[in-house]
Design a protein around this ligand. Structure first.
Ligand code: SF4
Ligand code: FES
Length: 237
């Protein structure tokens, strides 16, 4: 079997694997927000940036090659990841204690894993809409981190193309593909994979609130194993 070197450990891989695929299968955490085992590559969040033979590269879009030397959890790279995470927290409106996704949220858990204990930058407090028009699901763009997981899930798995990304720079935002631009007029359904895959609390089911008690939520006790599992499962299921 072919191997590459990840932080001093030999990691086996199969032809076609990305560094992320092989590392995750071998039980190594490469922090990530926009990668999912069942979806195509995106490279949207850059949190998985590693050094490959001394050069920065996204682990989720870089093919594994024999004998590559890959640096992952170094102070330098985790410092860059922490900075990205801190910027994401102020770019949107994230109020963890009042969010149903708290304890299941990949952004929140990643922040804990990287040692973020307080805000670093002044909050932007952007004005963003909430779409509560759908009977079963709601969309809170205040929490959207533009990972495109819902976009890819709706296209690749559900075959619906309910979501897309629009705009540029700071104005980049998620849009809904329907005549009114509202979820109620779209083909979105609660059974869709796109309804399960949001890593934060931007797409949530209605009529459900804090059903899992604090202390029993996935990220409460086993942070790294839960982070490893997060890419395998739909958290809203
Ligand atoms: Fe990602 Fe959720 Fe925003 Fe979709 S709604 S882009 S899944 S954060
Ligand atoms: Fe690789 Fe987001 S997980 S760029």
């Amino acid at each position: 079997m072919k191997h590459f070197n990840l932080d001093g450990t030999a990691v086996p891989f199969e032809d076609g694997d990305t560094l992320m695929d092989a590392a995750t299968r071998a039980g190594h955490l490469i922090p990530h927000l926009c990668w999912h085992t069942t979806l195509g590559q995106s490279g949207a969040c850059r949190l998985c940036t590693v050094k490959v033979d001394g050069h920065l590269a996204a682990a989720c879009t870089t093919r594994a090659v024999p004998n590559q030397v890959v640096e992952n959890r170094t102070p330098e790279l985790d410092g860059k990841r922490l900075l990205l995470t801190q910027m994401l927290f102020v770019e949107g409106n994230h109020f963890c204690p009042s969010c149903e996704k708290s304890g299941h949220c990949l952004l929140q858990a990643t922040a804990y894993e990287l040692g973020m204990t307080e805000p670093r930058f002044d909050e932007f407090y952007p004005k963003r809409p909430v779409d509560a028009s759908h009977p079963d699901l709601w969309l809170d763009l205040n929490r959207c981190i533009l990972c495109k997981l819902c976009v890819r899930a709706s296209h690749e798995i559900d075959g619906k193309d309910v979501f897309a990304i629009s705009g540029h720079g700071i104005a980049t935002h998620l849009i809904v593909n329907s005549p009114s631009g509202k979820l109620a007029d779209s083909a979105f359904a609660k059974e869709d994979f796109a309804a399960q895959v949001c890593p934060v609390g931007a797409i949530l089911p209605k009529r459900r609130g804090f059903v899992v008690p604090i202390g029993a939520r996935p990220f409460d006790n086993a942070l790294v194993p839960a982070l490893m599992n997060a890419a395998q499962e739909g958290e809203n299921a």
